[in-house]
Design a protein around this ligand. Structure first.
Ligand code: C5P
Length: 235
């Protein structure tokens, strides 16, 4: 497996283990990292994670923990026990929650997952951030402040929109992990994603991992789609 393929995380947004396994079979040898999110996890729990690991692939568990520090820390310990490679929390849970999660992972004696945070959901815009959440800053300033809080709390990086990559990189440095959904190869359907970058543009801007769902999973040949994305990254 070369280094570029390690940068692609395929979002397993499917409802059944059968469909998950079909995708894992089709992408075997091409993709080595998968995102298990709410849909699959609430339907099948740890079985979904174990299935991905059966194919010797890594798991990013996208459950966006957001709770009081004690509950989030105890949940983080359970996640550690299932040996996922990466999981996330909401930075809006606050510095105390993120530090408690960090401590819980540090105290775990086995393999430690990478922990990252979601700053503001990209489904929010300027208006909803102000009127619904009550944050008066510009969205990008709020995102950078939450990314800084994430770093100060000892977590490794954030999930962010491709448009935010450059600004966050500039403020948070080269070692901070940036995981970016909203990736669309040239000419592919945008679906409900509004602001997208191509895989090549996102990597060039400084993304650490590209989360790609439908452009691969809904393609007539997921393997061909993944290979074509990988080849675009080499150019
Ligand atoms: O199919 P698509 O490539 O749009 O999938 C992107 C994945 O990333 C989905 O699992 C979606 O839930 C997730 N995601 C996102 N935007 C965010 C956070 C997560 O699209 N801000």
């Amino acid at each position: 497996m070369n280094r570029l393929s390690d940068k692609i995380i395929v979002a397993l947004d499917v409802p059944t283990l059968k469909e998950t396994e079909k995708l894992l079979q089709k992408l075997q040898g091409v993709v080595s990292y998968y995102k298990v999110g709410f849909e699959l996890f609430t339907a099948h729990g740890w079985k979904a994670v174990e299935l991905v690991k059966k194919y010797n692939a890594k798991v990013f568990l996208d459950l966006k923990l957001h709770d009081i520090p004690n509950t989030a820390a105890r949940t983080a310990k359970v996640i550690c026990e299932h040996e996922v490679d990466m999981f996330n929390v909401h930075a809006l849970g606050g510095g105390d929650m993120m530090k408690a999660v960090r401590k819980s992972v540090d105290e775990y004696s086995g393999k430690k997952p990478v922990v990252i945070a979601v700053t503001l959901l990209t489904s929010h815009d300027e208006k909803t951030v102000k009127t619904e959440i009550g944050i008066q800053n510009e969205v990008l300033d709020a995102v950078i402040a939450l990314a800084k809080l994430t770093q100060e709390s000892g977590l490794a990086g954030v999930v962010c929109s491709p448009e935010e990559i450059s600004a966050i990189r500039k403020s948070l440095g080269q070692d901070f992990i940036l995981v970016t959904p909203g990736i669309r190869p040239q000419g592919s359907q945008k679906g409900d994603q509004k602001r997208t970058l191509t895989p090549q543009e996102a990597l060039k801007a400084g993304s650490s991992y590209l989360v790609i769902g439908r452009p691969i999973t809904a393609a007539p040949s997921p393997k061909e789609a993944a290979l074509s994305i990988l080849s675009s990254l080499r150019n």
